[in-house]
Design a protein around this ligand. Sequence first.
Ligand code: ATP
Length: 846
Amino acid sequence: MQVSAANSIVGLGSPCLSPVSPSGTAIAMGPLVMQEKVDTVLRSDTPEVLESPRSLREPPEYSSSGEEEPAMKEEVAQLTEEDVSSGLSSLGNSASGLEHVYLHLSLPGRNLRDISILCNYVHLQKLELSHNKIQDLSCVSYMPYLIKLDASHNELEEYFGFEPPKNLTEVDFSYNRMSEMKDLSVYSSLSKLILDYNEFVEIKGLEQCSSLTHLSLGSNRISHIDGLDNLPIKELWLRGNQIQKIENLENLQNLQALDLSFNKIQSLCGLQNHDLLETINLESNQISEIDEVRHIHDLPLLRDLNLLRNPIQEQPDYRLSVLFLLQRLTHLDQERVKAEEKVAAVNKYDPPPEVIAARDHMTHVVYQIMQPQLIYDSTLPSLDAPYPMLVLTGPQACGKRELAHKLCREFSDFFAYGACHTTRSPYFGEVDGADYHFVSDEIFENMICMGKFIQTMKYGGHYYGLAREAIESAAREGLACCVHMELEGVRSLKNTYFEPRYILLIPLDKKEYARRLRMRGLYSRSQIEIAVSRIDTYIKMNRDYPGYFDTVIPCDDHVEAYVSLSQSVREYLGLENQTTTENAKAAVEDAYSDWPHESPVQENMRDSPCGVTVSNYAHSTGANELVDPASRNYSVKVQAKLSAQKSPAEEASIRRRQQAVREALQRKSPSTYTQLFTRCPLTAPASLGPQQHLVDPASCSSMVPSASNITQNRSLSAGSLASSSEESRASSGLSMLSSAGAFSLEETLVPSKGLSAEKELLVEPLDISRLGSDLECLKDQINSGYTPDTPRPGSSGELTNVQSVHPKSPSPGVPLLLARPGSNTKPVLPPIPSGRRSSEAQTPTG
Ligand SMILES: Nc1ncnc2c1ncn2[C@@H]1O[C@H](COP(=O)(O)OP(=O)(O)OP(=O)(O)O)[C@@H](O)[C@H]1O
């Protein structure tokens, strides 16, 4: 039943409170008289009368097409009580609590012009008058309890043209004709003010609105942001104005959402330090540089950014760049950010070292497989051995280069120094081809494209690269390549088919290390700082990935470091260890005889026993003898040294063994040496990654490429580049050329077998005393069809951590490690056939 407001109210309670009585008390109860009632209202528990407001996040609709506007009725000349009663709702208690009254009045879209009759409705808390033609709102002065007023879409020119209802909280004056904001200091309860689509040119009068949390001034004519200092505003909508600069927002510390879309803003400067800012809409502005995003890089809560229709969108990789700079975003340009995008952004702009290494490896694999494949006569006795390598790693100028040179001189039967290529110019005294191959950027890039490198890295602004040829030329002489490189190079190398020994040379005394760098006079202060800081990177790597390096040697004292290094290498090589400390010193001094700047330390060495056990081999041959080319026949030399100590049975055993080796080499079948080492499949610890396998230190003693490289090179699978077979083909130092010439890619699409198994081998040290029995055992194995790939029964896959060698705490002569997670399968070094080594490089057979 439709009842008039007057009826309902009169029927319900005291007539004196009837708001609808034309001549009634309500009119007499003007705002001032009503103060007491207002207070009562404030004190009383006002029933929840407000409808839930439009989402604060949603900016108002600005369409001038009138899609929001209800159909206009004909202009109503005079608003009657009946009209009013049809819009009343929400029956509740009056402020005094004595009567029931209607609290809401909604009269939208009625073409109203004169609403003076509403003066009688003093109890109203919510008044909705949108989409009319109202020009005068003075009746609101008589509504002291009014909380929410919607007078949008009218013809109001006067800004707050009424006496202030004290509790007025939300006001919507959008779509009117107001042009000047005035002082609203009495509206201390005002929390939401919507003034969109008016004609304001300046923001002012809000200074005392201490409750204002939402301000919307969209589509006005504002050109400067001002007058908002210290307001508790959380949501600020200023879209569709003429703002060119984000300014004067510094003190809006509560700001959570900001809409500055459709302005003329060029920079995001001014948005810093808004720790609560979650949403920024800057659609349709003039932001063009990615760098601008840095201004909001540190906003900890920023989740939603809209930069649609800005010139910045034209920047290459715009989305990835922004996502990289703002990794906390969940929405960019109104689109949800995917996890994959974030990963791609990070990998692109700040790739983790593993990604850089993988990319480097991939680059060289791709360039290499694009080249014609060459087949050389193999020098490898084993079907599964990659080229042997020894890698000395550590921070710049820690002495690894000198140590590498010394090592190659002392162990010239085993190692050749592998000079890397670099684009830096030579320092004083450096020899092209001996220290590095010094090349121009252009040549270096060309070499990359020609697939010449195994790995490259940029350090200190210069490129460094290890060329395949450096390893191959050493291998052609039956030697293992010894190189030095930074950690990044190691990372990259670990992706390849090569399975070098990695020895970390680490300066522990940072001050001394920095002093040494300064003394060189080659590096800037920042370069020195970087180099020193990298010590921690190496230490962390060694700590986080036990076994990543096969051996760690402190190198504060180069002489002591060399003693340890040489000792480790002897252990790797399986050279026996019966020499005294004196012999070790003698060998070291000998080796360092041409290292004048270290002589004082040598003095110290002489005085203090270093306690390092050095092999018989070093003792009896001496460093000078080692560099003597005439004494390079390993097998003869070893036999000579060993025979003096062996029993007749042992000698016979050794002779049998040598015979087997000779036969093996003549037939180019796997070396017996290879088979003297125990193999068994092992599982690398998950944390180490697939390329890190378990090997015994002594296994480095064999280092020659294998015929299997041919097989592997020919058996490239067409699948992923990361597959082992591809890696083997691309990364193997052995370029293959068949006699028929280069073979086509199609020929190579045969899956290779056994690579994964090869990667899980355990190699034990060569125990000379067991040679005889091993040989017998070997014969049995051969007779029973044993192959190098067959796991030996009973061999264990037990893991131990990397052995850290320190000169003051000598390592045992025979390595105790059962398995080494840091290295992959280690190839064994076969004897160098006489006449094999020559200055002439092996020429391609075909
Ligand atoms: N191919 C490579 N890959 C990775 N790192 C490399 C490579 N070649 C050289 N490096 C390393 O780059 C760093 C910078 O080399 P640079 O020649 O400028 O210093 P350095 O005086 O030779 O240092 P150091 O005395 O340690 O050899 C050195 O640590 C060096 O070992």
